[in-house]
Design a binder for this molecule. Structure first.
Ligand SMILES: [Zn+2]
Ligand SMILES: [Zn+2]
Length: 163
């Protein structure tokens, strides 16, 4: 079960939907391997280049980490420069004792996104998680008017569980 949070832009009211965690239907098999009918969900979750790397690892003996809740799923990332939050798919594939995780870049400045801290449970963007490892607050960028705002200040208007 994942958690969803909706924030509204203080200027234009546009909603930003933050869906974290993983649906209960998204079993490790469905996510990483797929079946005869469906390709792995990973294909939808990752950018093309990242997916190809992941698929190659899995085909050549790589093993996805599925040992504990929160070891794969949608998580909060942020840009260390723009301080903007992004929801991206996190997973770990281990091969030859080396761990691989997908990497993402900021669409504004091109820097590598960093996983937001304190996401052990994978599904609770509390105030703590609205800060980066250096304690500086992270913000949401309105996709409509481009206004950048601090999510807890604007107030999360609804909290939903998704499946
Ligand atoms: Zn950036
Ligand atoms: Zn806006």
């Amino acid at each position: 079960m994942g958690s969803g949070y909706v924030y509204h832009c203080p200027d234009c009211g546009e909603a930003t939907y933050v869906a974290l965690g993983i649906g209960s239907e998204y079993t490790p098999i469905k996510v990483f391997y797929g079946d005869d009918v469906d390709p792995p969900l990973l294909k939808d979750f990752l950018p093309d280049l990242q997916y190809r790397t992941a698929a190659l690892l899995l085909q050549s003996g790589g093993v996805p980490d599925t040992t504990h809740p929160g070891c794969y799923g949608q998580k909060l990332y942020y840009c260390p420069h723009c301080r903007i939050l992004k929801v991206k798919f996190f997973c770990t594939i281990v091969k030859n004792k080396q761990s691989w995780n997908p990497v993402y870049t900021c669409e504004l400045c091109g820097r590598s996104l960093i996983l937001a801290p304190n996401q052990e449970n994978g599904d609770d963007p509390s105030r703590d998680q609205m800060a980066g490892a250096d304690g500086e607050v992270l913000r949401i960028r309105c996709m409509k008017c481009k206004r950048i705002y601090f999510a807890p200040e604007s107030g999360c208007t609804s909290k939903i569980l998704w499946d």
